[in-house]
Design a protein around this ligand. Structure first.
Ligand code: G6P
Length: 606
């Protein structure tokens, strides 16, 4: 969950490292640090908290040098402190690390027996100390790094820099992604292509067990067996200029506002505007599939839960959905004719990737819905479907969620066609509704003021409940997740019908209850549950369309009107009020919207 950058450059490297760390801050922001080699001397600067603290430190205490490594941290072992911040240094070696060294306690004990002392609580310091230990026994830096990496268990990406060596970096990958970037007389390493994008568009990804020995004009990669390996150099296309707030106060606000555009982009890519339709999933035949297992984490998991309703209702295909961290250790049987389908914005979530690897060789086919086409999950899938959301910076996922839903819905249509459960007219109706969706979402975004007003009321609550029925239930879960992660208000979601089996005991005049209820076939049932809440003095925020509000808004605390959309697409549309309510509540509370406490956008440790 940490971000790594390394540069062997021709210019002063500190500002380049800091700029790259800015692009990696989505991976963690507990501390940041850089190390450089200047005139042969290895030195470092580290600061707790956001990257801006490191930038400030470098103004007062600059670090010269044209070779350097940098790190942004999401704390796993040891509290966020300067001492625990990376790079970790032991004698002539500095190390930055993403992941977890699982056997660090054993290695520490071994080093302690050799009289080595420790200054930090981290697992990473062990790597620096072990490398130093090998160098003090006469090993060259490269030999020492190799011997050290061979001793490490766990999932990690590592970069090493050495005193006296301003033309050498060593990088190692096992379990956590790491890319090597090729420049003109310069070389780079980075946790992802986004970090490297302004520096170079030519990168190669290290594979499991790879170690790269890098100088300004060479890279030698060896695989897990120590054999020289060739890793394809790809030209990537990432528009780095788009990574700004575009006049919005927060990335999250910008990303919410972008949804009509990016959903339109995804639709354009998959179905175009003409009558010659190709649905995603080319090469897949859903008539040969008996069930789907969908696996994901966080918001992507709620996208899967929503898609379950669609696959089952529209394509008559049974779907099981699981959170990756449970799925991977439960060892579920995977019957024949099962499609394993993984959803991940980053494509790097450690648990989702492990779940995919579990299914490899067991499922008939592995597909993924991802936002980063170069990601590990995309590369390890038989079929990877990009969602075209563009770079998402806000830690709370917004546009990636609605784009995931859009692409999943298209895949459902493909499944329904393959299985003969959707005729031409049905398909045409769904496609028309999809094409109208960006415009309808624009109308929903226009309700911003109503959402801000409702959020002001929510911002003083201690607990908030979300209710939804049918395909609005996963959206209620997503709404509660959004609210808690950025406003820190305790929020829970329940299927409306479950309310009276326990959660209704929580309802009193202090608890706002947000009811997501478009005027669909289940509306009356949800409204009955809403009445039960109001009878117990619960304060209801009803989100529905004009027809629904006309029928049921009497006595509610607040109502928010959504435009009408085809029933199947309501989860995509109603994501807008779920996001905006959370956003405005967080703004009213003054929390850090884009980088909420304790969270990271990409969870690359389990
Ligand atoms: C983190 C993020 C969430 C995201 C989840 C899964 O928890 O904060 O926004 O939904 O990881 O990430 P993925 O990249 O696999 O979609």
């Amino acid at each position: 969950m940490c971000g790594i950058i390394g540069v062997l450059g021709n210019n002063e490297v500190a500002p380049i490292l800091v700029e790259a760390l800015k692009r990696l801050e989505y991976r963690g922001y507990d501390s940041a640090g850089i190390a450089t080699v200047n005139a042969g001397t290895l030195d470092r600067r580290r600061a707790v908290g956001k990257l801006v603290n490191l930038s400030d430190l470098l103004v007062h205490d600059p670090l010269a040098g044209k070779a350097g490594i940098g790190h942004t941290r999401w704390a796993t072992h040891g509290a966020p402190s300067v001492g625990n911040a990376h790079p970790h240094k032991a004698g002539p070696v500095a190390v930055v690390h993403n992941g977890i060294i699982e056997n660090f306690r054993d290695l520490r004990a071994e080093l302690a027996e050799n009289g080595v002392g420790f200054e930090t609580e981290t697992d990473t310091e062990t790597v620096a100390l072990l490398t130093h230990h090998h160098m003090s026994q006469g090993d060259t830096p490269v030999e020492a790094a190799r011997k050290t990496v061979a001793r490490l268990d766990g999932a990690f990406a590592l970069a090493f820099l050495f005193d006296g060596q301003d033309n050498l970096m060593v990088a190692a990958r096992k379990g956590s992604p790491l890319a090597v970037g090729y420049g003109a007389g310069e070389m780079y390493i980075g946790s992802d292509a986004i970090a490297l994008s302004p520096l170079t568009d030519r990168i190669s990804y290290l594979e499991e067990g790879d170690i790269a020995v890098i100088t300004r004009d060479s890279v030698e990669i060896t695989d897990a067996n120590g054999t020289i390996a060739n890793r394809e150099v790809r030209t990537i296309q990432i528009d780095a200029t788009r990574i700004d707030k575009g006049g919005h106060k927060h990335f999250m606000a910008k990303e919410i506002a972008e949804q009509p555009g990016v959903i339109g982009q995804a639709l354009q890519h998959y179905i175009g505007t003409g009558s010659d339709i190709t649905l995603p999933g080319k090469g897949m035949d859903f008539s040969q599939i008996d069930r789907i297992t969908m696996v994901a984490c966080g918001t992507a998991f709620y996208a899967c839960l929503t898609a379950k309703y669609w696959f089952e209702q529209i394509a008559r295909l049974p779907v099981e959905v699981d959170v990756a961290s449970e799925f991977r250790y439960r060892e579920p049987p995977i019957p024949d004719r099962t499609l394993a389908l993984f959803v991940s914005q980053s494509g790097e979530t450690a648990d989702t990737l492990a779940a995919l690897r579990y299914c490899d060789g067991k499922a008939s086919s592995i597909a993924s819905v991802i936002n980063v086409p170069e990601s590990s999950i995309a590369r390890e899938s038989d079929l990877a479907l990009p969602i075209y959301a563009g770079v998402e910076v806000g830690v709370a996922s917004t546009k990636a969620f609605t784009c995931q839903l859009t692409v999943l819905f298209l895949l459902v249509l493909k499944a329904a066609r393959d299985r003969g459960t959707l005729d031409d007219a049905g398909l045409a109706a769904h496609l028309d509704a999809l094409r109208a969706l960006p415009g309808v979402i624009n109308v929903a975004l226009g309700k911003n003021d109503a959402m801000r007003a409702a959020a002001r009321k929510l911002s003083t609550a201690r607990d908030v409940l979300f209710l939804g029925r049918g395909q609005m239930y996963p959206l209620a879960l997503e709404g509660a997740l959004k609210l808690k992660e950025i406003s820190y208000i305790h929020a829970e979601a329940y299927a409306s019908g479950e309310l009276k089996h326990g959660p209704i005991a929580l309802v009193d005049e202090e608890v706002p209850v947000i009811v997501m209820a478009p005027r669909d076939a289940l509306f009356d049932k949800t409204v009955s549950n809403m009445q039960e809440v109001m009878a117990r003095k619960g304060k209801v925020i009803l989100i529905s369309d004009a027809e629904g509000l006309g029928e049921a808004s009497e006595g509610v605390w607040t109502s928010i009107e959504m435009p009408k959309v085809a029933d199947a697409l309501t989860p995509i549309l109603y994501a807008i009020p779920a996001q905006l309510l959370a956003y405005h509540t967080a703004v009213a509370k003054g929390t850090d919207v884009d980088q909420p406490r304790n969270l990271a956008k990409s969870v690359t440790v389990e």
